[in-house]
Structures are given as structure tokens and as C-alpha cells.
Ligand binder design. Sequence first.
Ligand code: NAP
Length: 267
Amino acid sequence: MKTKPLGGTNVQVPEIGLGVWQYRGGVDPLRHGIELGANLIDTAEMYRTEDVVGEAVHGMRERVFIASKVSGDHLGYDQVLRAADASLRRLDVDTIDLYQIHWPSRGTPIEETMKAMESLVDSGRVRYIGVSNFSTKELTEARAAMNHHPIVSNQVLYNLRRREIERTLMPYCQRHAVTIIAYTPLDSGKLAGGRGLLSSRSTKLLHEISEQHGKTPAQVALNWCISHDNVIAIPKSDSVSRTAENCGASDWRLSVEEMARLDQAFA
Ligand SMILES: NC(=O)c1ccc[n+]([C@@H]2O[C@H](COP(=O)([O-])OP(=O)(O)OC[C@H]3O[C@@H](n4cnc5c(N)ncnc54)[C@H](OP(=O)(O)O)[C@@H]3O)[C@@H](O)[C@H]2O)c1
């Protein structure tokens, strides 16, 4: 499994991690993914999957990078501290590696939230601070609100069919060493084989390129995501075999020409 630096830190994270929103697979797919090098697991207080993540990493905590999130409804200073403590309890760990603001607040000033996030790092309960669903403007404001720790990541929607971030957010994150964690990288499974759901031209090309590489459409769709600088992807799967398939999206690369053809077909 190839890795990429997390933000401007010297920590390496796998280019394919394991998402656990609506996850019902138990510990086996997660443990298998970790064995294959997908040792970043992304959960959140609102997913109700922190307990299964804790169970899966039991006995191998030091090998796994755990990312969780505070809900966008809990962004007051005390609320953030309480949410983090509750996540630590459910995960049954001493530290969350990456703690992300799940979505921007509708009312709480970002300075107040970030003060709480930084205090979590200072007290050792969190290692790194990230955000999620932040626009370029919101990320700029959030970065300006930091006192002494950086924002290392922004988790956002990104896949072949959802390319909104390419215009300004992606270049901004690349310029400022903010890792993009691509969520829903398989477009909720549609890119993994749902032929009927894609236009015939793009589907045909995805399948054609998959066959040429001896890979599956899911692997090509994920490889397309992680072929972008600064981008890692976190597909979710309840199955051991599909988790292994998704891990097989790493360690090889689409050619520049194939990337361009996919870009055009899915434009
Ligand atoms: N920050 C946010 O606001 C936010 C929002 C959405 C998602 N996320 C994160 O991103 C993660 C992934 O996103 P997602 O769950 O929305 O969508 P996704 O990963 O694009 O798609 C998941 C769907 O694809 C299927 N699938 C996975 N691998 C497959 C394969 N190789 N072949 C065929 N089908 C496959 C899964 O079914 P099976 O499970 O049956 O394999 C599931 O139905 C989430 O778990 C979460 O951690 C974050």
C-alpha cells in the first residue's frame, strides 16, 4: 500500500483507508484491510461505529491511524471537549489520531471551536486536527483561526462523477499542504459496477481501462482519485473481499493518457 504525507507533518497515511459510515461488517473487513496496509479508519461520533472500530483495533492500536469527527452541532468549546471524551470512550483508546470537524458550524465562531480542538492536542487526547465539508473560504478562515497547531486535512466529496473541488479547493489544499480525504470515492458503489447508472460512454471507458489493467472498475475509480496529488480515499465496504479489492487500487497507476480520457468521459 502506497502512503502519502498527512498535511505538512512527517506522518505517512495510506492512500486507501477504510470508511465506516453505515458500516455493518463487524471486525473482519477492518482487520483484513489493516493487514493489507489500509491502516487508516475514518469514523465519527454520529456514525455509531466507533465501538466496532475500537474492537477491530484491539491488540494492534499502534498500527492503526484512527480518524473521528465531532458533529457540526457540537462545536461550542465545552461541547467539543465532551464529544472527544465520549469518542475516546467508545473507541476505547487514549488518543484519536485525527479529529475532524464534521461540517462547518451554523452559529459557533470558528475561533471558539479551534481553541477547543487545539486544547485537545495540547492535552494529548488528539494528535492532529482536520476539518470536513469545508469550502475554500471556510478552510481559509479556519486556518487563520489556528493558534499553534495546523489543520492537516479536509475530508470532502470527491469521485469521478463529483468533481466540484477541482476548481478551487483542491489547488488551495495542495498549495497549503492540507491532505484531501476523498469521501464517497465510489459514488456510493455506483462506480463499482452499477452499469445502468452511468452514461454508456463513461461506463464503457471505465470497463475498458479496467480490463486493460486487469483491475476492476472500483479499483480504477479509486486509483483515479488517489492519482491526484495530496488526495487519499476512504471507501466503505462491509465485505472482506471487496475491502481487499479496494486495497488493490493502490501500488499501481493509471497513465496520464488514461487519466485524461476518464476526466473527459466523466466531465
Ligand atoms: N465527512 C462526511 O461528511 C462524509 C460523508 C459521506 C461519507 N464519508 C466517509 O466516506 C466513507 C465512504 O463513503 P460512502 O460510504 O458514502 O461511499 P462509497 O465508499 O463511495 O461507497 C460505499 C458503497 O459501495 C459499495 N462498495 C464498496 N466497495 C465495493 C466494491 N469493491 N465493489 C462493489 N461495491 C462496493 C459498498 O457496499 P458493501 O459495503 O456491501 O461492500 C457501499 O454500498 C464513509 O464510510 C465515511 O467514512 C464522510
